[in-house]
Ligand binder design. Sequence first.
Ligand SMILES: *Cc1c(COP(=O)(O)O)cnc(C)c1O
Length: 423
Amino acid sequence: MNTSKSEELYKIALDLMPGGVNSPVRAFGSVGRKPLFIDHAKGSYIYDVDGNEYIDYVCSWGPGILGHAHPEVLEAVIKACFDGLTFGAPTGKESTLAAMIRDCVPSMEMVRMVNSGTEATMSAIRAARGYTGRDKIIKFKGCYHGHSDGLLVQAGSAALTQSVPDSSGVPASFAKQTLVALYNDKDSVRELFENNKDQIAALIVEPVAANMGVVLPEEGFLRFLRDITAENGTVLIFDEVITGFRLGIGGAQQWYGIKPDMTTLGKIVGGGMPMAVYGGKREIMQNVAPTGKVYQAGTLAGNPVAVTAGIRTLELLQEDPGIYDRMEKNTRKLADAYKKRAERLGVSMHVNQIGSLMCAFFTDRKVTDYAGATSSDTDAYAKYFNEMLESGIYVAPSQFEAMFISGAHSEEDINRTIEVLLK
Ligand SMILES: *Cc1c(COP(=O)(O)O)cnc(C)c1O
């Protein structure tokens, strides 16, 4: 595999940007090779600058549910571009999208559009704090909600009592406002509520955790979170930046039949353009400026081009009622192939799959939490990643990322991938 042009571009980029990239995981650090520089992508395929082609199971980390460069999304976007790239003033399209979101995700009675998932979660938490008049929040170890200060926090050595920053540059005093519970561990949540009576503004969770690999909520876990937050007057926030429009048009909340107070969306909602959304109950969202005192704003928020891409993407998802079943069927088929591969090679593997999300963990443990996920053999994962890449299959360059299957992945794509897995 010739990667000389990628290597040349990497050398130039290294001098100009930290690690040569604009988001850390792109640097391929955990798979021990230099990053590929991309030339273009189309459908289920991505092409690097050296002309190598790959079946793409990263899908830009989630947004690419229709595959790359979908002609109808492109057509709508190009048309919108000619009308102007940004106005800094309202457009009718924003209401069109907001209404579509509410139709798909009825708990999002009102929404605010922002530019990234990070902004959406950060702003949702601010709204919840403004609404409750409380400061503390609960998050789960291994759940990722973007890189705002209060969410880059881990449990300290004193287990569940003292939180510490998970990044240099985050003040310890900020981290103290974030309590860290364990995913799928009800007791850890109960304990935090008991020790912080009437102080917890919000509990934020990925209803299906998809940033420590893919970890499914155990039976009753989300219902438990709904009940305990309601009992304590705490705002329940589902971070559906990955699961929104991925696990069906209504996201994880529809899949599991649990209605959160607030929801964050990103990735798919922008149709490949930078956009994200937070929203929820009207009485909470009315606290956001200018109607309320929770300040939040954005020069490019509700950008007309991004909103257009979002609208067209949601329309296409709704116009193709078979798409979710098709994606799931393909994903199941892949999941089975991973299990077969593990048997054939005599290695330990645990595969988690839901809808078009999956993750093959290189471990002998059943993965239901952070400890299970991190018991994986990351060296073995790196070896597998490189083997796949050399065979024209691009999977996530980290054990702790999801594998995304899109509507553009054909049966032939899946079969070719299975051939590589089982060869
Ligand atoms: C990607 C992601 C975010 C952050 O979104 P960005 O657009 O990268 O800032 C937040 N929450 C979840 C669940 C995500 O997967």
